[in-house]
Design a protein around this ligand. Structure first.
Ligand code: EPU
Length: 431
């Protein structure tokens, strides 16, 4: 399908965002927490769940494994009918990266797990060796082929010390989901420290697990025999919040985000302070107000594991850096192929050169409306951000990427005063 045959966002730029918006629950916390439903036979409830495609796909996967659910008003009610050692259909596994999170719980509960290649954004190679090595350390036999991963633990999983080669987020979560029902003590060293990992660990503890140290480099898990259901509210989505803050900043806006956890956004707020964007905070609000006459200063970004600058905000931040004075550099240290938005940003008139793999952004550039195509979730969000500050009309294609992760980014931006509209394909319009 050519880009012209896709729906697109029509954005008329240079409207100052103004107003208050409530942030949704976190996608990357919803997914592991939902996978935890495989660990119990009791009914459960998850609250503040974002209404996004990745959540719906994971619920479909869980249904194939014996977990029925109802999604209503941002709450998911879960009714297990007996977790079965199955394998989700390959097309569902391929729909999202987090499909692989069924492996840890299935291994722990049924002694067997199987999953086709998980999908996810094309932002790097994204191997699964951290997951595989962790399952093996816990005593599983893991067979890996191009078609699928099959893991078996006929004698159960046994606690041990696992040193992760890399603090993988989903890797840490998968091993937590497995180790909670392993016999004895597991230590995960070099664990991911993301808030979403803490959210999962807290929920597992509420179910009866014994996890300590989540959010630190070393997490300790003392295995238990069984877990009860959960009744948990998700943390706010720090990436949605960051995207909205960046969108507000690029329009010289004045926006109050409610229902956020400012502590999860320290690395972004520190960069805003360097650039000259003031943000006031309360315990659960962030209020950003940019003086249109202030000159914003260039800065350097390095995307890193938490608590470093979030790789998921690198692309939107790159769009903002086109509007600050001087040369900013952006280094991506998490995913090796997460710069596909640069060519598209240039179409708006951004001045970006790449020296020794490091993009240098010279600003400020006056951006003009352009037709652009997003290739992944956050790249598409970055193009929306750029279009908000561009003169005239832009068309942003790749809207389906946004639907995977943002409950309603266009609607939120419209509520703040953006001129943004979802339109069917150009073909449809001319027919
Ligand atoms: N890696 C390995 N081996 C592994 C796993 C990962 O080498 O077994 C490498 C990856 O290739 C990459 C780095 O480790 O270079 C980081 O990958 P990680 O495993 O931490 O990422 P992930 O768990 O697959 C989650 C989020 C991503 C987010 C990253 C980093 C979910 C569902 N996804 O992915 O979110 O970018 O952590 O913070 O939690 C998004 O929301 O747009 C998104 C891509």
């Amino acid at each position: 399908m050519s880009a012209d045959a896709e729906p697109y966002l029509k954005i008329d730029g240079r409207r100052r965002l103004d107003g208050e918006i409530h942030v949704n629950g976190a996608k990357n916390a919803a997914l592991p927490c939902l996978a935890a439903a495989l660990l119990t036979d009791e009914p459960s409830r998850l609250r503040r769940v974002p209404d996004i495609e990745d959540v719906h796909r994971l619920l479909e996967i869980l249904e194939t494994l014996g977990i029925e659910s109802k999604f209503e008003g941002n709450e998911v009610e879960i009714r297990p009918s007996g977790t079965s050692a199955g394998s989700p259909p390959d097309h569902l596994a391929a729909a999202l990266r987090a499909s692989f999170l069924i492996m840890g719980p299935l291994l722990a509960r049924t002694g067997q797990g199987s999953c086709g290649p998980p999908g996810g954004d094309p932002i790097g190679q994204r191997p699964l060796d951290v997951h595989h090595a962790g399952f093996r350390a816990l005593g599983a036999l893991v067979e890996v082929s191009k078609e699928r991963t099959v893991a078996r633990a006929p004698n159960g999983l046994h606690g041990t010390t696992i040193v992760l080669d890399y603090p993988s987020v989903l890797g840490t979560e998968n091993l937590l989901l497995a180790a909670v029902l392993a016999s004895g003590r597991t230590k995960i060293i070099n664990a991911a420290m993301e808030p979403e990992v803490i959210c999962l660990a807290e929920m597992l503890n509420q179910m009866g697990a014994r996890i300590s140290g989540a959010g630190q480099h070393t997490v300790t898990i003392d295995g238990v025999d069984r877990l009860s259901g959960f009744n948990q509210t998700l943390i706010p989505d720090r990436i949605e919040a960051g995207t909205l803050l960046i969108a507000a900043a690029i329009t010289d806006g004045r926006v109050c985000l409610t229902g956020v956890n400012p502590a999860h956004l320290e690395s972004l707020l520190a960069k805003f302070a360097e650039v000259g964007i003031p943000v006031e905070r309360t315990s659960n609000q962030l209020i950003l107000s940019v003086d249109p006459h202030a000159e914003l200063q260039a800065t350097n970004i390095q995307a890193l594991p938490y608590p470093g600058f979030a790789t998921d905000l690198q692309a939107p931040m790159t769009a903002l850096l086109t509007q600050v004075t001087g040369i900013s550099t952006v280094q991506e240290r998490v995913f090796e192929d997460r710069f596909k938005h640069l060519d598209e940003l240039r179409k708006f008139g951004a001045s970006i050169v790449v020296k020794k793999s490091v993009p240098q952004i010279k600003g400020p550039s006056r951006l003009s409306g352009a037709n652009v195509l997003g290739n992944d979730i956050r790249a598409t969000a970055a193009l929306v951000v750029a279009a908000l500050s561009a003169d005239g009309e832009s068309r942003v294609y790749g809207v389906d990427h946004l639907d995977r992760a943002y409950a309603d980014l266009p609607g939120q931006l419209r509520a703040l005063g953006a001129d943004i509209e979802l339109l069917p394909s150009a073909d449809t319009l001319t027919n």
